[in-house]
Design a protein around this ligand. Structure first.
Ligand SMILES: [Zn+2]
Ligand SMILES: [Zn+2]
Length: 868
């Protein structure tokens, strides 16, 4: 038994907090506890149990005690605890916030603040009733009225605690006023937040024995009191009792009982028969299917014949339809070899990193599935990370087909409850194959054999909020800790991963051919500067691309057109004064969305009316400039009125169904053309597309971001891979204003190695990854003065601090100076030594804390993928 425990709490502070353990309570390391923290109750993770009395700076401060130990066994095992600590250290993130990210169990904790009235409050209410004294000014009078409304409301409920939301709803009291009332001691604020039962329950009707109810012995009593876990066992007990009563055979039970001599009516008989036929237990919801009034069930309950109990809900089966054709594992030699290598490494039970580099359409997914199936057969576990499962419905359907009930699919559409439910299923070992996005890397599987990161270069693996971890890199670290194999798969690996493979840190597995020897498409580069000179107009669709599209439509073949910018027009410009319409929260242009009749900021989501006059000078000469995917669709409709055109972007795709519908329509031949943003470029299996037009994918090349070329190369390669998958050869027409840029040139030649060498040279000159570690430090504030002052102070501190081997650039205005209301200045740190860089960052945070710069106003982004 220990006296104290150190607890990591989900607050932006880089420390653990010590609490006393009340006698009789036994928290566990890696388990959750509920503790008091700054007038609140908060769940945290125990990181250490010990007997060292904490040093208390002032005698008046008492060590607080744990309120409740929420877990009997750890929710984070040793490996996950260790992984969490590594993340906190590597990404300079508070440990408690890391743990919160790792555990999707927020649904199990209910935050509840309540208020009740005090004697002083009652007295104030009483006195006010006698004097009716109005305040001096009109404003205080109104405030008083609100205060008395609150007191009235609470007084009516006397001793009852009233939930904050309910109170504020009923009385419309502003929060500040409520705080004042607490200060005046008229009301007491209490935090009654508590852990909630993990499992969701469902109402079940249970057929009881014919005896009249005796509260102390009836099975219902034990059922009602039981928690989620034991309920099932109790349920079985009940069933056993029920079936042991011969009177309860259908149609005979009623008359045998002396206490309820009344005969059952037809409806009641129907219900009883149905219950008995189903073994004595049926979810209430299912009984509604019978043609019986709802009141009938109530009547049976009142007569003691049926009991309604809460039972943990059975896990919902997937709604995904498996595809009619079974998944086939027919491998070409390269796939067979990759499979053999992965299998061999897994057998050794030691860490191994592998990079599976396969061109688009080379059958990487089939390799994943085959090794995952082997893992399952060996009784071990596997995790497959994908960028966005909602956009790969085919893969999800195949997973269910191949792995059945043993797969847990974690996607962004799950509610908190569903996520927690899946987490428990994995923890109990019911699902040993886990497929999901970024955070699935933390799935609590045991005996992990294999981690796969599909499309490992995808930027959605990087979390852009605290903790700013990269799931691919965390996957590699988890595999190291578990002695597992990690496979990074991609058609266009990130520079970092390919570099590691070249340096033999990862084994390189290549799938150089498309399945069934299908050829890669021909790519034609179209210089849009020349097109402008020859036509005298800014063209969206070049003459050449128009001809090619018409040709495919005539041949009844399908076309995809990529424009990686959503909306109708990206800029609204005043021709009189030259100003553009900017977001009120961000230093970026608002985008015109024509169909939805609004202006929208794509960075913060702010929406505004479409202007008919310039906001600056009042001129009516406002012009909508540039083309987004919505306008592209309209343009193509105009050019090819007969063609059936679909669009895929974040405005048309709200959920998986929308996406699936569009892809199905394309595959069924109900569409001739699909236009859209990068969404259409991701790895879907499309069959009839023989032409891909790229009308805008290289704007990124003009951004001040060292990854711009890599991103562009990846996008161009991906979208080109959509062409010619069927038996017809494909073609890509790539319109660009940067025809000579190496990213464009190498993508057109399908030359990954060539691009890689060139880009690596640039990275080495500029001291960027993989040659240097990079961190982006952003200082932000809604007040420009604060952002400037703080970044200036830290800039001077960096200047006078010795930091050998680390380059510090800045402070400089961030490329997007204002974002979501914050003004932003930044530093970029580069160093070949990550240890030195992180030590300097830690010293910088300590300095900032000493200078009282709020921790939340400093973003430290280690291995930043986005420097804007
Ligand atoms: Zn103007
Ligand atoms: Zn904005």
């Amino acid at each position: 038994m220990h006296l104290f425990c150190d607890v990591a709490l989900p607050v932006p502070l880089d420390m653990a907090f010590t609490y006393a353990i009340p006698s009789g309570m036994e928290p566990v390391v890696g388990g959750r506890v509920l503790v008091p923290f700054r007038q609140q109750r908060m769940p945290g993770i125990v990181v250490e149990l010990h007997d060292r009395a904490p040093r208390v700076t002032t005698p008046a401060v008492k060590i607080k005690s744990v309120i409740e130990a929420l877990d009997l066994s750890p929710v984070l095992d040793d490996q996950l605890l260790k992984l969490g600590k590594w993340i906190a250290d590597y990404y300079l993130a508070p440990l408690g916030e890391v743990f919160r990210t790792m555990l999707p169990l927020s649904a199990e904790f209910k935050q509840a603040i309540t208020y009740r009235i005090t004697n002083a409050g009652n007295m104030a209410l009483h006195l006010a009733g006698m004097s009716g004294s109005p305040g001096r000014s009109r404003r205080t009078h109104e405030e008083q009225l609100v205060e008395f409304r609150v007191l009235d409301y609470l007084a009516e409920r006397d001793d009852e605690r009233v939930n904050e939301a309910r109170l504020r709803n009923a009385t419309r009291v502003p929060r500040a006023l409520l705080v004042g009332m607490v200060r005046k001691k008229w009301v007491v604020r209490e935090d009654v937040s508590a852990a909630r039962d993990a499992a969701r329950t469902v109402k079940v009707a249970v057929l009881l024995s014919g005896e009249p109810r005796v509260p102390s012995t009836a099975p219902s009593a034990s059922l009602g009191a039981s928690a989620a876990g034991p309920a099932r066992q109790n349920g079985q007990e009940v069933r056993a009792q029920t079936s042991s009563h011969p009177e309860m055979e259908p149609g005979t039970g009623e008359d045998a009982r002396p206490s309820t001599s009344k005969k059952l009516n037809q409806n009641q008989r129907t219900l009883i028969d149905a219950l008995a036929a189903a073994g004595g237990r049926v979810p209430v919801e299912a009984l509604r299917g019978l043609d019986v009034p709802r009141a009938t069930l109530g009547a049976l309950v009142r007569r003691g014949l049926v009991e309604i109990v809460d039972e943990p809900q059975a896990f919902t089966a997937s709604k995904l339809k498996p595809r009619p054709s079974p998944f086939e594992f027919e491998f070409n030699p390269a796939q067979t070899e990759a499979l053999r290598q992965i299998r061999e490494r897994m057998g050794s039970r030691k860490f191994a990193g592998m990079l599976l580099h396969g061109v688009t359409g080379s059958g990487k997914t089939a390799v994943y599935f085959a090794v995952m199936r082997e893992v399952l057969e060996q009784g071990r576990s596997a995790i497959l990370l994908v960028p966005e499962i909602g956009l790969t419905p085919v893969m999800a359907a195949d997973l269910v087909q191949v792995f059945g009930g043993e797969v847990a699919i974690l996607h962004s559409g799950l509610t908190d409850d569903e996520r927690a439910e899946q987490w428990h299923r994995i923890k109990r070992g019911e699902a040993r194959v886990v497929v999901g996005t970024r955070s699935a890397v933390f799935a609590p599987v045991s005996d992990l054999a294999l981690l796969i990161v599909d499309e490992e270069q995808d930027h959605s693996y990087k979390q852009e909020e605290t903790p700013r971890y990269h799931a691919r890199d965390v996957a590699v670290m988890r595999a190291k800790m578990a002695g597992a194999v990690v496979v990074l798969g991609s058609a266009t690996p990130s520079l970092e991963s390919y570099y590691n493979a070249r340096k033999n840190k990862y084994m390189l597995l290549e799938l150089p051919d498309r399945v069934e020897q299908r050829p890669l498409p021909e790519v034609e580069i179209l210089d849009m500067r020349q097109e402008f000179q020859e036509t005298g107009h800014e063209q969206v669709i070049s003459r050449k691309l128009a001809v090619e599209i018409r040709d495919r439509l005539d041949r009844k073949e399908q076309v995809m057109v990529l424009l990686n910018r959503r909306g109708y027009s990206p800029v609204v410009l005043c021709r009189a004064c030259g100003q553009t319409l900017q977001c009120k929260n961000c230093a970026v242009s608002m985008t015109h969305h024509k169909r939805e009749r609004k202006m929208e900021c794509h960075y913060c989501g702010h929406v505004a009316h479409i202007p008919d006059k310039c906001a600056h000078c009042g001129s009516e000469y406002v012009y909508f400039v540039g083309t987004g995917s919505e306008k592209l669709e309209e343009l193509l409709h105009g050019m090819f009125p007969q063609a059936r055109i679909g669009r895929l972007d974040r405005d048309t795709v709200r959920g998986r169904e929308d996406f699936e519908r569009a892809l199905n329509a394309l595959n069924e031949g109900e569409l001739d053309m699909l236009v859209g943003t990068q969404m259409i470029a991701k790895g879907h299996d499309v069959h009839g597309v023989t032409l891909v037009g790229v009308v805008g994918a290289d704007q990124a090349l003009s951004l001040p971001d060292f990854r711009a070329a890599e991103r562009t190369f990846q996008l161009l390669t991906q979208v080109a891979g959509r062409a010619g998958r069927g038996q017809s050869p494909g073609k890509v027409v790539l319109q660009t204003y940067f025809p000579d840029h190496y990213a464009v040139q190498f993508a057109a030649r399908h030359d990954f190695a060539g691009f890689y060498e060139k880009e690596l040279q640039f990275r080495s000159w500029m001291h960027y990854p993989p040659y240097s570690a990079v961190a982006n430090v952003v200082i932000r504030s809604e007040k420009l003065d604060d952002a400037l002052a703080w970044s200036g102070e830290l800039g001077r501190w960096f200047e006078k601090t010795r930091h050998e081997g680390i380059r510090v650039l800045g402070p400089a205005a961030a490329p997007i100076l204002r974002l979501k209301r914050d003004y932003r200045y930044h530093f970029i740190l580069k160093s070949p030594s990550r240890e030195k860089m992180n030590a300097l960052l830690r010293a910088m945070l300590a300095e900032a804390a000493a200078r009282k710069i709020p921790r939340t106003q400093i973003i430290v982004d280690v291995d930043a993928v986005w420097l804007m």
